[in-house]
Design a protein around this ligand. Structure first.
Ligand code: PRX
Length: 682
């Protein structure tokens, strides 16, 4: 028997590991033309949302929505840290994103879908058509599937309009959707099906990715099997066809279980479904995210508070007006897409671009051609995409005639040189940039400049948003003074309407993960005693701008996607010859960070290193998805360990990043460090 125990190195919060210390940069001012048209220009806005007006200030966000029944109370703190927002209110997210725009914007495009295949022209979907499609899908979910408010449904869909249609149809009925990023493996989807208790999986046959129409249905078969093995039966798999009427996957449909959504919808043509009047606190969706332990957590978001928060921040930070053409190049399968492609922008009657494929296909200028063709003026992407798109030779013709008023980055720190390229080359020195810091658990932005009011500073996310009061703690739990320029643990002192409600089915883990460490008094009903711990390291400069330094826990941020090191290690340990696995984050020019894997083999293993590397790569892809594939796999004779037997990941990380390993004399097997260093660095 192989020992499958993974030891943890709990020396996680090591400042040297996390700090990305760029020098202080000078400011850039927003252009007057931007300021003149901005949604938020009140210089007193942060005062209006100051602590003396909390929580009542958040009425401003809630009042951007249409309520069936007004709320009685803004914030109920009777059961900390299970905050309740806008209690007594009745609301429907789908109604707010679709129905309420029909009078004024019936024939305005809600979405413009862009196929990865450049010869397929973009397809606009008006608010009226979105309304019709969402109603028909809702009728199908209700009458064919028998689903009702509070039930969970797992979606495993790529970037086509079938995804927002399905999400909105769920929201219309109060069904809790749980969309799994399309690039995740079938096994990942299966685990999420089981955890959420979904009886239906909604997927598709195929989609375009880097020039290939890839079979997505095969993942559904794996997902259903995995869910079954974990004890959750899936009754039906609903399959959208990428090209309606034509089946584009090689994997056969399973009789009696798999059905085509397009075919079923014919029975529901023209049907209308009244939007459910949901409690403000009713869960709207789950979004699974990586944490420090192996099991991804289902971040549960509420209806009223979440929708209010994403609507308010889309209006003031993204500066979306109905007449803008907005393009967030994220995937709807991540929180960014939920909040800033679907719910926030639609609540503001935006016209949004949904692009199916990879940004660099077939070449680096594709995004600028799309922007130009569709007249995009607000563009939102990740630093990884910015870095990838920058990597064109000097002979490359420059980036098209697009004219952006506003650009956003999200998901990882953006280094000042990439920021400046984005600002000068893509924004042509005219567009404002918002570097937005937040997390799956937060629902919406927590730090960013307000585009017409705050100067931009490359490398810093900016001040906290109105109504968000951060605090940074040092390792001993002391508050660092504001503007100290010292690194510590980034926390938010107060609740805000977009904050995670709980972890699905695991209230204890919710309290432990986010509140336990800095809670001042577990019996207190006062929100001031319950700061939210983000898990990020940060420092605050004198000007009140926050620089986010990265995760202080066992989470790796790859291209702005969160991966738990424990998840990857668990995947490696499914390879029979692997006895121990350790994953470390390695700096990467394009992706920010990439996972690198160290494995040691079970005694007596005869497998070749090549075979192990291949098997480890395959295991990561199968268990999690392609994004988790390690950049390098090192098969080492032994792991550096403390005397108590813990693997010293910090030492491995130093080796992988070409840094000094520091003092290793206290290790149980210090000599192995030099062997590993030689093997890795040559
Ligand atoms: O480390 C922070 C980083 O991304 C993590 C959150 O990842 P996720 O939940 O997947 O949500 C990503 C999109 C909201 C954070 O803990 N992060 C996010 N935005 C920034 C960032 N790091 C630096 N600067 C940012 N603007």
């Amino acid at each position: 028997m192989t020992d499958k125990t993974v030891n943890r190195d709990d020396a996680a919060a090591n400042e040297a590991q996390i700090a990305v210390l760029w020098q202080e940069e000078s400011y850039f001012k927003p252009s007057q033309s931007f300021i003149d048209q901005a949604n938020m220009k009140d210089p007193d806005i942060r005062k209006r949302f100051g602590e003396e007006n909390f929580p009542e200030c958040y009425r401003e966000y809630a009042d951007m929505l249409t309520w069936f029944k007004p709320y009685d109370q803004v914030l109920d703190t009777s059961n900390p840290p299970f905050w309740k927002w806008f209690t007594g209110g009745k609301i429907n997210a789908c109604y707010n994103c679709v129905d309420r725009h029909l009078d004024k914007y019936r024939n305005k495009a809600a979405f413009i879908f862009v196929s990865e295949v450049e010869d397929e022209p973009p397809v606009a979907m008006t608010y009226q058509e979105l309304y019709v499609r969402v109603n028909e899908m809702a009728a199908l979910l209700r009458d064919y599937c028998g689903l009702k408010a509070g039930d969970r449904v797992t979606l495993h869909l790529p970037m086509t309009l079938d995804l927002p249609i399905t999400m909105l149809a769920c929201a219309r009925l109060g069904i809790i959707h749980s969309q799994v990023f399309g690039g995740f493996s079938g096994k990942s989807a299966g685990q999420r099906i089981q955890d959420s208790g979904s009886r239906y999986l909604i997927t598709c046959d195929a989609y375009w990715r880097s020039g290939h129409l890839i079979d997505h249905k095969e993942k559904a078969d794996v997902a259903v099997q995995e869910a079954h093995d974990l004890g959750q039966e899936v009754d039906k798999v609903l399959v959208w066809q990428r090209y309606p009427g034509k089946y584009s996957a090689a994997t056969p449909m399973v009789e009696g279980r798999d059905v085509f959504v397009n075919d079923l919808l014919k029975q529901y043509r023209g049907q209308r479904v009244a939007p459910e009047q949901m409690d403000a606190e009713a869960p709207l969706f789950l979004m699974y995210s990586s944490g420090t332990t192996g099991k991804p957590k289902g971040c549960q978001h509420r209806t009223g508070g979440y929708l209010a928060y994403v609507t308010g921040t889309s209006k003031w930070v993204q500066d979306i007006h109905p007449e803008d053409t907005y393009w967030c190049m994220a995937d709807i399968g991540w929180i960014t897409g939920h909040s800033y492609i679907v719910y926030g922008p639609l609540a503001l009657a935006a016209t949004s671009v949904v692009y199916e494929g990879v940004p660099t296909y077939p070449d680096m200028n594709r995004p600028w051609r799309i922007a130009d063709q569709l007249g995009v003026n607000i563009f939102h992407t990740s630093p990884t995409a910015v870095r990838a798109l920058r990597r064109v030779g000097p002979e490359e013709p420059i980036k098209g005639p697009q004219h952006f008023k506003h650009m956003t980055t999200v998901g990882e720190p953006i280094e000042p040189s990439a920021w400046r390229w984005y600002y000068e080359q893509i924004g042509k020195g005219q567009a404002v940039i918002c570097d937005t810091w937040w997390q799956t658990e937060n629902g919406g932005f927590l730090c960013s400049t307000l585009p017409a009011l705050d100067k931009m500073k490359p490398g810093s996310a900016g001040p906290a948003l109105p109504g968000v009061y951060p605090v940074i703690y040092d390792e001993d739990g002391n508050e660092l003074p504001a503007g100290s320029n010292k690194a510590g643990n980034m926390c938010i002192r107060n609740p805000w309407p977009g904050i995670i409600q709980t972890i699905w089915g695991d209230d204890k883990r919710f309290v432990k993960t986010y509140f336990e460490r800095y809670c001042k008094n577990p019996d207190s009903k006062d929100w001031r005693d319950w700061p939210y711990m983000s898990g990020d390291g940060a420092m605050e400069a004198k000007d009140g701008y926050f620089r986010i330094l990265g995760r202080i826990d066992d989470v790796i941020n790859v291209s702005g996607h969160r991966l738990g090191t424990k998840e990857i290690e668990s995947a490696c340990l499914t390879v029979p010859d692997v006895a121990e696995a350790a994953v470390v984050a390695v700096n990467d020019e394009i992706k920010g960070k990439v996972p690198e894997v160290y494995v040691s083999l079970a005694a007596g293993s005869k497998a070749s290193s090549d075979a192990i590397v291949k098997a480890v790569n395959q295991a990561c892809e199968d268990m999690i998805g392609k994004i988790a594939k390690p950049s390098r796999v090192h098969v080492v004779p032994d792991m550096p360990k403390t005397r108590s037997g813990k693997i010293m990941r910090r030492v491995l990380a130093a080796i992988s990043n070409g840094r000094d390993v520091g003092d290793v004399t206290t290790l149980a097997n210090a000599s192995v460090v030099e062997d590993i260093r030689k093997q890795v660095q040559g």
